[in-house]
Design a protein. Structure first.
Lengths: 164, 374
């Protein structure tokens, strides 16, 4: 039997930054039941959501108009730790709201990863120096400790690092 | 200018009846990773899973591949499945793998629904981190006056020659789903390390004053009620509001409720994560930070919190000073071993919530690095 695909999804998230410090984050999803786009704009340095809009080209999930309206609840939410709880709480858990909330979250993650990328540009390529760079990173930001395998006890990045 | 792009591709194959195989691929400007796994439709459990990196950041990222096996055996339709994936895969392996696996699982659930009931609308795994929050809502309309706790003539409360230190911020299990230690363990640890009292500030959870009194009697220790309420503008520690607030509330609305009962609001970890990543790029300075509208609505700022970086705490203290707002300290403990990392020291004995609020309002509290200062 041919190995045919029954369901396919493509989700693309982009972040663009303009010269006036506005980050425009867009999440587009296309799958068997949904073709949609959510876009948010946030300002630097506060990273607060200042606009949120959406476009639904095709959806088999009911309740999209309500979900689109509810995106406006996100205005003023700050992108950063704790945002998922706020976004999900403001959007509610109807299926359409969950879809658009997830897309908004992807936009927010994109904004954070865009900033993270700038920091990671400073990481050296040479292994020993790279290890030192990330060791200092976890030492400076203890919240990273045990947040993933790379920063867990036993990792070489924690060798000689005083987490306490 | 495009600064970041992430592409996620998920395909679901059904090679045999009730067998689903997911192929997930994530590629962005920082990472590239893949996963393939099988789910049996009969019980919706993950039977096997493979995952590997194509590109990563730290030299130790490859350590994430083995712990991925922790996802095998989990059931997609179990309550708490998303949380389990975040806890097992996200924390022990890598959150980007967790994200990709959850995206695949959502696709499998939708595929199964499409096949079994093509007329019915497919549904995502409707699980949020705020259980029961169908629509943002607030319980109880009329704020009640705070209940004054009974005075307790404990020996430790008679004198405070060296100050009186209370951990103003901690979470207990099961009241806060993110916490691991039960309240009795937290109190025992607080007593062991020499704190004079603690405040129970579980997330959107109001302790019954009778239960707090029982804890005081049982442990002969000062236990005060409080609450960490999630607002649109961030987490707020609230004292004196005897109202069960569920869901997300606007900070302005919360401020009105708290003012109506002469309560006290503290912005909890207001700059958490702000300086850890690209602090330079954000360009946040004390003056700009102090102008944030949220600070006009709170009574105090948590300037020492053990879940944020040293730089973030330092910055927070500077903002509190610039605003001339009372600064407090709290551990934000989720485990007994974290109790009292930071706390707030008062010049005199605090016996109940009303006295705590009065002391805070008078600016009597000072944030302290309690465990290190001992």
């Amino acid at each position: 039997m041919a190995h045919l695909i029954s369901f396919s999804r493509s989700r693309c998230t982009t972040v663009e930054e303009s010269s006036d410090g506005i980050m425009t984050c867009t999440c587009r999803v296309t799958d068997n039941i949904l073709d949609a786009r959510v876009q948010i704009q946030a300002t630097l340095p506060d990273l607060e959501i200042m606009t949120a809009n959406s476009r639904i080209d095709h959806s088999l999930i009911g309740g999209m108009p309500v979900a689109e309206e509810r995106l406006q609840n996100l205005l003023g939410v700050r992108i950063g730790p704790g945002m998922l709880k706020i976004i999900e709480g403001l959007m509610g858990d109807d299926p359409a709201c969950v879809e658009l909330a997830y897309m908004a979250e992807e936009c927010c993650h994109g904004a954070i990863l865009s900033l993270t990328k700038e920091e990671l540009k400073k990481a050296p390529l040479e292994p020993a120096e790279s290890r030192d760079f990330f060791s200092k990173m976890v030492q400076k930001n203890v919240r990273l400790h045990n947040r993933c395998a790379a920063f867990a006890d036993g990792s070489s990045l924690l060798d000689g690092v005083d987490i306490s | 200018m495009l600064t970041y792009m992430r592409n996620k591709l998920v395909n679901i194959e059904i090679p045999a009846d009730d067998i689903y195989v997911a192929y997930g691929f994530l590629d962005d400007h920082i990472y590239s990773l893949e996963t393939t796994f099988q789910v049996n439709g009969a019980d919706m459990t993950i039977k096997w899973l493979k995952g590997h990196w194509n590109r990563y950041t730290t030299p130790d990222c490859p350590r994430a591949e083995d712990p991925l096996q922790g996802a095998v055996g989990l059931c997609l339709t179990d309550e708490g499945f998303n949380r389990s994936i975040h806890r097992i895969v996200g924390r022990k392996a890598c959150r980007h793998f967790a994200t990709l696996i959850l995206e695949c699982c959502d696709a499998i659930v939708k595929t199964k629904q499409m096949i079994e009931n093509p007329e019915k609308e497919p549904e995502k795994i409707a699980e949020t981190s705020m259980p029961g929050s169908k629509i943002p809502r607030i319980l109880d309309t009329a704020p009640k006056r705070i209940r004054k706790n009974a005075k307790i003539p404990f020996d430790q409360l008679e004198k405070a020659p060296h100050g009186f230190t209370i951990d103003l911020h901690m979470h207990t299990s099961p009241a806060s789903s993110c916490a691991s230690s039960p309240v009795d363990e937290m109190i025992e640890e607080a007593k062991r390390i020499g704190l004079d009292g603690i405040c129970l500030t579980d997330h959107n959870y109001r302790w019954d004053p009778k239960d707090i009194q029982k804890l005081r009697d049982k442990h002969q220790f000062l236990v005060l009620g409080g609450n960490e309420i999630t607002t649109v503008q961030g987490d707020i520690l609230v004292f004196g509001l005897d109202e069960d607030i569920q869901g997300i509330i606007a900070l302005k609305d919360l401020a009105e409720k708290v003012a109506a009962v002469d309560g006290f609001m503290i912005a909890a970890h207001p700059f958490r994560g702000f300086l850890a990543v690209s602090g330079d790029k954000l360009g946040l300075d004390v003056e700009r930070a102090a102008n944030r509208p949220m600070f006009s609505l709170v009574d105090g700022i948590e300037a020492l919190n053990s879940k944020v970086t040293v730089d973030e705490n330092r910055f927070c203290g500077q903002v509190a000073k610039a605003l001339n707002l009372p600064a407090t300290g709290g551990s934000d403990a989720h485990l007994a071993g974290e109790v009292g990392v930071y706390a707030t020291k008062f010049s005199r004995v605090i016996e109940d919530e009303e006295e705590l609020i009065a002391a805070l309002r008078a600016g009597d509290g000072v944030p302290v690095d309690f465990r290190n200062d001992k």
